[in-house]
Design a protein around this ligand. Sequence first.
Ligand SMILES: [Zn+2]
Length: 410
Amino acid sequence: MEIYLTWISEHLLAVIATGITAVLVYHYLIEKETGAKLSKRYRNSIFEAQSKIFLNATQYLISGNKDLAIKEFLSAVDINRETIETYFALGGLFRSNGEIEKAISIHRSLIARENISEAHRLRALKELALDFDKGGFVDKAIETYKDVLKINRDQFEVIGALCRIYEDTEDWDQAYNYRIMLSKVGHQNQAETISHILVQKAKQYFERGEFKKCEEDLEDAFRFAPSVSAKILRLKLYLFSGDIEQAKFLLLEILKEHPMYASFIFVSIAEDFNSSNADVKKSYLNRLELVKKYFLEMNDKDLISSASVVLSKVRLLKESGMIENAFELLAEWMGQNKNSSEVMKVEYIKLLIELNKKDEALVQTKSLLENLHQTLAKHYCRQCGYNSDSIFWRCPQCHEWETIQFRWKV
Ligand SMILES: [Zn+2]
């Protein structure tokens, strides 16, 4: 079965072409029965020519020659302008071959026809939207996808395409609207994704200093799902409003749930926001220091056994110049975890050098170099394998949400 499916996907175009040939044969036979007005000789010659063209095209497709196949199909269109499937096949071929202009003109001519069914017109409109989308004409793609929805709202792929476009362009209001629409026509639960989108919206308000609106969107986000990104933004809001106890409590909760996010949380909450008020900014940073202090003093058994948490602590200590403390903490952890990762060893060697412990640094470096693996990106997507050094809530490659996985990087 699997081999069969692979063959189909490799020869999809050939299969389609064969299908069209079959349709033509069928029409020929029907017309023969009902006695079309054309003379028999003329009909036969058309049929022969068409069959030849489609057989040629099929062969070109099987041998992987798309350009010649398109040429053959084009001649078929000249012979019988009423064969609508030929137009669709041709339009699809042009698009997959990157000849977007030609695909667009074929689909436009179909839409403009008076004598086609509404179902065909809708299909042509969808194809046209795909052409614009693939060609990178974003505005026209949006407009055409919306035209399709005006005719028929129950179009999962079309709504999905609009979601993707609005998320790409970071138009979070529209991304939200269409994601809600998608959750109504599809069977997949969209709550997590909707939560992420609302957090993105709320973040924009936070950056602009519109905290009231930020709060509202964030509350909505939690109503859909308590995603990590929502919790981190809430932490920022607590710091802003001065709810230190709540902030500490929430930090502990996030760390227990997702210890691998430890470093990222502190990078994220230390990011600047556009407050024109210097006092507001100053008190925010003061509160941030309090929370950092709380984190450094955290002694929870589960947490201090996590490499990620220890590494975040070491980095925070280094930032504030407490090299000795950083070294003590890491040395203790290394003593208990003999098979620690390369990133921990490198951090350890850096501290040894800072503290001028040359001999020990040499020994550690030697053992590290002997076992060093290839350096990779910090993060990757569990869905498609996309690599990146920055944090992504939505994978830029496959557009899935929260598929990020962490990798230790030297
Ligand atoms: Zn991905």
